[in-house]
Design a binder for this molecule. Structure first.
Ligand SMILES: [Fe+2]
Length: 146
């Protein structure tokens, strides 16, 4: 068990929870002519985040750590801020792009650390997450460019 790796995974877990709740808030609060497409897209993202959150927490347990599991800890730990009362389509998407970039940065940190420790499975998990989120960034950046 490597405490540093567990701590960085817990950082990612906390970040993911705030990102999750941000996507839920946007799903509920979105207004304007993009309502239908974004309402559905945000649901897709938070549903995907739920699966990823569970995988990260269970990886922490698998390697002998303890996942953070209270809102209190998530708020105190997260590098991503809670977005409140955001409803304009562009503001929602721009916030999500920043949130996803932040997740990718933390995933790359975990990936490099896992690689140094010879933990190929955690490294592989991080590569999978980055791969998935880079694609989401491409789509959102295309949406923003029109
Ligand atoms: Fe819904």
């Amino acid at each position: 068990m490597n405490k540093n790796l567990i701590s960085e995974l817990n950082q990612l877990l906390a970040d993911f929870h705030i990102y999750y709740q941000n996507t839920r808030g946007f799903h509920w609060n979105i207004k304007g002519t993009s309502f239908f497409e974004l309402h559905v897209k945000f649901e897709e993202l938070y549903t995907e985040a739920l699966t990823n959150i569970d995988e990260i927490a269970e990886r922490i347990l698998t390697i002998g750590g303890k996942p953070l599991h209270t809102f209190e800890d998530y708020l105190a730990t997260s590098q991503i801020s809670a977005a409140k009362d955001v409803s304009k389509d562009r503001d929602c998407v721009e916030t999500l792009v920043k949130n996803i970039e932040s997740l990718i940065s933390q995933e790359n940190k975990v990936k490099d650390l896992a690689s140094d420790l010879g933990d190929n499975e955690t490294e592989d998990m991080m590569i999978g997450l980055v791969n998935l989120q880079q694609k989401t960034l491409w789509m959102f950046n295309s949406w923003l460019s029109n």
